[in-house]
Ligand binder design. Structure first.
Ligand code: ATP
Ligand code: MN
Length: 478
């Protein structure tokens, strides 16, 4: 008999025919003459109820069917008497692939804390919460490729090992084959990287943008979607040392086209989740409500599905950095001295400021543009005021910055002048500057942190819980 997926069986709910299923036991419950086994095969959050006759299978076999054990079951699909499901499987034969000793298996059928499960990251896929998160993560990765493919963007694979340190001064991971003990030194006493594998100092990439621009200024519209590395020592619920970033880059787009694309893209992904992941979303919504039930009403989050619909159905607010500073300075929070970090024109906004704008002031996602040039990267288009650049950050509830992007400076002289001012090595970047030297065009792009978006869609609170094997300071187990 051919194995069937539990998702398909529960969706079609056929009865009166045999079926073979394979999966892992979530729970087992004993009734008078039968055992009810909840079997999950990862295809859906929902379990198939297996009904096993005690007399037929015997206590000896049934006692080994515990949470975590893996089974193959054949039997007859019948309409279920119970209320939880339309169809169940009356078992004819059960094969145990592997037992899971209840004394030793860490994933017991009870509530485990997310902190505990982080220490069991190899097994946490077996829980309903994490299987839901990773099914949604997959669906979002697929939706990202679909979105861009349907719009004529090309998926460009930019390098993971790079020699350029465009934005990431001091927060890059070095890639080297030189010995850690007594590396070769140059005359100045520094490490002699000419003897290193690539003949120069290399790092893990912090962004595929610069290479992305090279593609966009020929292919028109490209996107990257790959791992990104930052050695910043920020132990927050929103930062990873290794995360995934989606970076579209578009020729002939200005900052407004860029904002429109970012908003449309985020709404497309949100709609895709609502259209395709409803079982998992409902489960995560209930999880979140349980988690927050002891919080005062005004500190609870909006119900998850409602929140996604809200983002889908409302225009994002758009405002300039300068306006945002005014809003913040006029706020009660500021006037009562309740912001931890200073608010004045020229400072970089902190998460507390971003969240105030989104959650308290506009009460919806916000796109901020035209930041002071001093706090932004060298490649951003310089505005006519001489003070700001055409940067844009998209801010989301509970998360803060989810997207950072800009229109790029397309003028060779302005760009190189700014690079010199900011100490960016102009000679080393000759290949990047060639885009401005030959057939330069207005262009723009942005970076979406994949895990930050998954936090939003799943309602999870910690970025370590939306990537399979998180890499954070002092943590690279698994
Ligand atoms: P933040 O100020 O929140 O650290 P950033 O300004 O460093 O972000 P960018 O360099 O603009 O961020 O990167 C683009 C996007 O990548 C961000 O909007 C965010 O979604 C995501 N991102 C940045 N750093 C991290 C990180 N350490 N872990 C996970 N996602 C990140
Ligand atoms: Mn950062």
């Amino acid at each position: 008999m051919k194995r069937e997926k539990i998702k398909q069986i529960l969706t079609d709910a056929p009865t009166g025919r045999p079926a073979l299923v394979k999966g892992w036991v979530r729970t087992k419950r004993s009734a008078k003459n039968v055992n009810f086994i909840a079997l999950n095969d990862g295809s859906t959050i929902n379990n198939l109820q297996i009904v096993a006759d005690v007399e037929r299978f015997g206590e000896e076999l049934l006692k080994d069917i515990n949470t975590g054990a893996s089974l193959a079951v054949t039997g007859m699909l019948t309409a279920s008497q119970g209320s939880g499901q339309a169809v169940e499987l009356q078992a004819d034969s059960i094969v145990i692939y592997g037992k899971a000793d209840p004394e030793k298996f860490p994933m017991q059928p009870k509530k485990h804390s997310l902190e505990f499960l982080r220490e069991q990251a190899h097994l946490r896929f077996r829980t309903a919460t994490f299987s839901a998160v990773f099914r949604i993560r997959h669906a979002m990765a697929y939706a990202i490729h679909k979105y861009f493919n349907d719009r004529g963007f090309y998926y460009l694979h930019t390098p993971i090992i790079t020699a350029s340190d465009a934005e990431g001064a001091g927060q890059m991971f070095r890639v080297t084959t030189l010995p850690a003990k007594q590396p070769p030194l140059n005359e100045g006493g520094g490490v002699d990287f000419t003897q290193d594998f690539f003949g120069r100092s290399t790092n893990l990439t912090v962004s595929g943008q610069l290479e992305g621009e090279l593609g966009a200024t020929a292919l028109g519209e490209i996107y990257t979607f790959g791992p990104t590395f930052r050695a910043e020592n920020s132990n927050t619920t929103r930062h990873l040392a290794e995360f995934w970033m989606i970076e579209p880059e578009m020729a002939f787009y200005d900052i407004h086209d860029n904002m429109d694309l970012a908003e449309d893209f985020l709404k497309f992904l949100t709609k895709y989740a609502l259209d395709n992941c409803m079982d998992d979303l409902r489960f995560l919504s209930t999880r979140l409500q349980n988690e927050e039930k002891d919080k005062p009403a005004d500190q609870r989050s909006m119900e998850l599905v409602e929140k996604l619909q809200f983002v889908l159905n409302n225009d994002f607010a758009r405002c300039t950095y300068t306006e945002a500073i005014d809003i913040l300075r006029n706020s009660k929070t500021y006037q009562k001295g309740k912001f931890q970090f200073p608010v004045e024109w020229g400072v970089d906004l902190q998460s507390e400021h971003e969240r105030y704008l989104v959650e308290k002031h506009f009460r919806k996602p916000v796109i901020l543009i035209n930041y002071p040039k001093e706090i932004k990267a060298f490649y951003m288009k310089q505005n006519a005021d001489g003070k700001t650049v055409a940067a844009m950050d998209v801010l989301f509830p509970q998360i803060g910055e989810i997207i950072g992007g800009s229109e790029r400076e397309a003028d060779y002289d302005k760009l190189t002048t700014r690079m010199a001012e900011m100490g960016v090595p102009v000679e080393e970047m000759w290949w990047y500057l060639d885009t401005r030297r030959f057939g330069t065009v207005p262009h723009a792009g942005f970076g979406l942190g994949f895990e930050r978006f998954i936090l939003f869609v799943t309602g999870m609170g910690n970025i370590r819980d939306v990537i399979a094997f998180p890499r954070t300071p002092k943590n690279a187990e698994f």
